[in-house]
Design a binder for this molecule. Structure first.
Ligand code: AGP
Length: 592
């Protein structure tokens, strides 16, 4: 998704902007640009491709007083220089960057063209720039023009705006797309999240929906939609700049896979004090009283919710799981007293923000489980729980999935008033460390997979949930087509795809499904498939391919998923693709 940075004050703004965009590049983008305000005027540099190219094209000897920068993940218009941000209004009055989608941009563009505005790009962002200029020319006051612009905009936006001749202010406005302000010594900053500001800033506050305002060298002014002055809550993240580095790893993805044991350990420490769970009793009571636990998520987080649902069913509770973009447009609920559980690593996924709006409009109770403190989904839920997984930089989510499943198991233990899950999780930590210690042994299998066109993952029960996540991991970083399937479903159609040497990876964790899933493997082997089994030690048989240490079956996803993550990672290494930033993908999907 697009990334925004901005800064004003006595510090090397040009380098801060460029480095900030590099920090944000994990969000996914295809062009980048900066606008640098000097006493002589605003200089704009923008181009398709990586931030490195922008860095080389942007002079270092400018006298920059303030500036904004942007990485663009194309929504309206191809990733060309012309469509890259920043965009300048027709008469040069304003220069701005935008993250989000303006739903009514076509209507606004027609209205502005009728007023004589000429457009040079296909973007909705240029419409915003000209709309602001149009109102400014009418009202001759920036704050009034901002308000008038906001009243006309429909859709999502995080905006950072420079005004011609104004060397004191960077203006901003926000609705549904993330924007954070940061305060530093003799400087003020803004960005899509706090990471790019971590070096220069000390305290940070999220901008809320429909808020707007400006930063100067020594003030941060935020207004609510009604024009009243907002009183933001500044926090200081317990994160140091060095925590973000690779720390000797070749890729963030590998670093984050191998953080799994520490992530599980940290969750236990944060939610269990050795005797009892530390969850808010009101939250636990709400979950226990609900007549339906409705999970909503996307992608990897959705796969974690599939396991969460099984945990609720173990407790005898009715539970459902929905993909956010589906539920948002068919928000059916039959339960009288449902509890919504939103799971999101970033806490900013647009599909989920839309669901949260529907949930809140109905006055329903919600819990957000997220890795991002201060995120939109955390703020807008009735209750929230943090994953404490540390910043996840790689686009492919690994440690966040582990944290989500582990947290859901602890939450279930608390609901069941049983602390057995804690000792079971210590066994998981041991098992994960064993898989990590033995990860080199997975390379030959990964090398074999890297040469394939289609890869199938099979499982039954929680192993099917893992098969779905394993398939997503492989396809999103190697671009190899893959499917996760329930073992028993193959013969109802998909088996037609099996041919000689088609790789089929099968997970076996549950004695109950051991025999039936093995007969599914026989079915595909009989049609020429190459079956690779990933099996719990106590169920292993001669000829099995990969054996992992035993843990309680309900927690086996926390161990099997590491094998899947390694296979995807090592296969991607073979293919020499961009592992941390796969093509077309973004870390936080802030558009619908
Ligand atoms: C996972 O590897 C993907 N990057 C993607 O599916 C991701 O899980 C999904 O976009 C949801 O993101 P969220 O957890 O931040 O809401």
């Amino acid at each position: 998704m697009c990334g925004i940075v901005g800064g004003i004050g006595q510090f090397p703004i040009r380098d801060y902007l460029i480095n900030g965009l590099k920090t944000l590049d994990y969000r996914g983008y295809d062009s980048a640009g900066v606008a640098l305000a000097e006493p002589e005027g605003i200089r704009v540099f923008r181009m398709p491709g990586r931030v490195q190219a922008l860095d080389e094209a942007t002079p270092r000897d400018l006298h920059v007083v303030l500036g904004i920068g942007h990485t663009r993940w194309a929504t309206h218009g191809a990733p060309t220089a012309n469509n890259a941000h920043p965009h300048t209004s027709m008469n040069g009055e304003f220069v701005l960057v935008h993250n989000g989608v303006i739903d009514n941009f076509r209507h606004l563009k027609n209205k502005l063209e009728a007023e004589g505005y000429v457009f040079h790009s296909e973007t909705d962002t240029e419409v915003v720039a000209n709309l602001l200029e149009f109102h400014y020319n009418r009202l001759k006051n920036v704050k009034a023009a901002m308000l008038a612009m906001i009243e006309e905009l429909q859709g999502s936006y995080a905006l950072a705006i420079l005004k011609k001749g104004d060397l004191k202010h960077i203006y901003f406005a926000k609705n549904r797309s993330p924007l954070v302000v940061g305060h530093g010594e003799g400087k003020n900053l803004l960005a899509s999240d706090f990471l790019p500001m971590l070096k220069e800033g000390k305290d940070f506050a999220p901008i809320l929906d429909h808020q707007y305002g400006y930063i100067t060298e020594d003030t941060i002014k935020i207004f609510n939609e009604d024009g009243s002055v907002a009183n933001p809550k500044f926090t200081r993240p317990d994160l140091k700049i060095e925590d973000i580095g690779l720390q000797g790893y070749p890729h963030y993805m590998l670093k984050e896979i191998e953080e799994a044991p520490a992530v599980v350990r940290r969750l236990i420490d944060n939610y269990f004090d050795g005797n009892q769970f530390l969850f808010d009793p009101k939250l636990i009571n709400k979950l226990k009283a609900a007549d339906d636990i409705i999970f909503i998520a996307c992608g990897t987080s959705y796969h974690a919710c599939l396991i969460g649902r099984r945990y609720m069913e173990y407790l005898g509770k009715r539970s459902e799981v929905y993909i956010a973009s589906e539920w948002a447009y068919h928000p059916f609920v039959s339960a009288k007293n449902p509890m919504f559980v939103i799971v999101s690593q970033s806490g900013e996924t647009a599909d989920l923000i839309r669901c949260m709006e529907i949930i809140n409009s109905r006055g329903a109770v919600s819990l957000t489980i997220t890795n991002t403190k201060g995120s939109t989904l955390e703020r807008d839920a009735t209750y929230s729980l943090l994953l404490f997984a540390g910043v996840e930089i790689a686009v492919a989510s690994t440690k966040a999935y582990v944290a989500q499943v582990a947290l859901l198991s602890l939450l279930t233990g608390a609901m069941d008033d049983s602390t057995a899950v804690v000792s079971h999780l210590y066994d998981v930590i041991k098992a994960e460390n064993a898989v990590i210690a033995n990860s080199e042994s997975l390379k030959p299998t990964a090398k074999y997979l890297s040469g394939k066109k289609d890869v199938f993952f099979l499982g039954r029960g929680t192993d099917y949930d893992v098969a779905l996540e394993a398939s997503l991991k492989l396809k999103e970083i190697t671009y190899i087509h893959s499917e996760g399937l329930p073992g028993g479903e193959l013969k109802h159609g998909p088996i037609a795809l099996i041919e000689k040497d088609t790789p089929v990876i099968g997970f076996i964790s549950d004695p109950l499904t051991d025999l039936p899933i093995r007969s599914n493997f026989k079915e595909v082997e009989a049609r020429g498939a190459t079956v690779i089994t990933v099996v719990s030690k106590s169920l292993a048989k001669a000829g099995d391919s990969i054996t992992v240490p035993d843990v309680k079956e309900y927690l086996s996803p926390l161990v099997k998923v590491l094998v899947a993550q390694y296979l995807a990672y090592f296969a991607a290494l073979e293919l020499k693709v961009n592992i941390d930033k796969p093509r077309n993908l973004a870390k936080s999907v802030t558009v619908e």
